[in-house]
Design a binder for this molecule. Structure first.
Ligand SMILES: NC(=O)c1ccc[n+]([C@@H]2O[C@H](COP(=O)([O-])OP(=O)(O)OC[C@H]3O[C@@H](n4cnc5c(N)ncnc54)[C@H](O)[C@@H]3O)[C@@H](O)[C@H]2O)c1
Length: 256
């Protein structure tokens, strides 16, 4: 073994000893982040609504599970506190759960608007309130990672409610960073491009996939692992002086 390889093998895992609560981790990007966090040394609790998927993910990686419908504020607060209690504290909160409904601007219903904002934004505020209070009480900082989208920067036709909610996530993240910074809590959001998950899968055609891929200088769409890589970085000490940012994981489709 070379000196460099030997010292790498002695380096502690980047998330060793950290306790992470991750929402929307019953499948897709959230499940991949949960798996990676465990691989990188964290202990993890996941919050989601879908069953049996959520318990399957939890069981496969040894994560705690708290079931909740994030549209329900009482259930959201309760599940977040339950997850923190089961972990014995919290160092990392990943607000990943989200919904996407397609509709032309003129046809968006109140129900779909409220669903989108309740899950994508309001639940994020509620989990953050519970988690930040625990982090402040612990007294050694923490980090919050919110899942936004390139839709929150550039938007997309038939997704006005989704784009507006993700722009709100970026705004919420910035103020979270400002208010919690004095407690050494960082807050950043990730803006993925097109990620190959269940979200939107029902309406995807091979032609759409080819067109979207061509928008990236890398000429491919994202895998959940591409987003999980950024989440691991943001949760690690490597990102200790990074806060209030909206970081693109778009394969270069968006460059601002
Ligand atoms: N897939 C993409 O192309 C893409 C692009 C940009 C951003 N994102 C964002 O990444 C995040 C994860 O998306 P994904 O692609 O893995 O989607 P997904 O639909 O596969 O996963 C979303 C998860 O959130 C959970 N969830 C939804 N509503 C909930 C509720 N009311 N209560 C509890 N849990 C609920 C779902 O059960 C699911 O496990 C979302 O915030 C999404 O907006 C996705």
């Amino acid at each position: 073994m070379t000196d460099r390889a030997q010292s790498a093998s002695l380096t502690p895992l980047p998330l060793a000893g950290r306790r992470a609560v991750i929402t929307g981790a019953g499948r897709g990007i959230g499940a991949e982040i949960a798996r990676r966090f465990v691989d990188e040394g964290a202990t993890v609790a996941i919050i989601d609504i879908i069953e049996p998927e959520t318990h399957d993910v939890g069981g496969s990686i040894g994560a705690k599970v708290a079931l909740a419908d994030l549209r329900d504020p009482v259930a959201t607060r309760r599940a977040t506190q339950q997850a923190i209690d089961e972990l014995g504290g919290i160092d990392i909160l990943v607000n990943n759960a989200g919904v996407l409904r397609f509709s032309a601007l003129l046809d968006i219903t109140i129900e779909d608007w409220d669903l989108t904002f309740d899950v994508n934004v309001r639940a994020m505020l509620l989990t953050t309130q519970v988690a930040a209070a625990a982090m402040i009480a612990q007294g050694h900082g923490g980090t919050i990672i919110n899942m936004a989208s390139m839709g929150g920067k550039v938007g997309s036709p038939n997704q006005a409610h989704y784009a507006a909610s993700k722009a709100a996530v970026i705004g919420l993240t910035r103020v979270t960073a400002m208010e919690l910074g004095p407690h050494q809590i960082t807050a950043n959001c990730i803006c993925p491009g097109y990620v190959l998950t269940e979200m939107g899968a029902a309406t995807r055609t091979p032609e759409m996939l080819a067109n979207w891929s061509a928008k990236s200088p890398l000429n491919r769409l994202a895998q959940p692992s591409d987003v999980a890589n950024m989440a691991v970085f943001l949760a690690s000490d490597q990102a200790s002086y990074c806060t209030g940012q909206a970081l693109n994981v778009t394969g270069g489709m968006v460059m601002h």
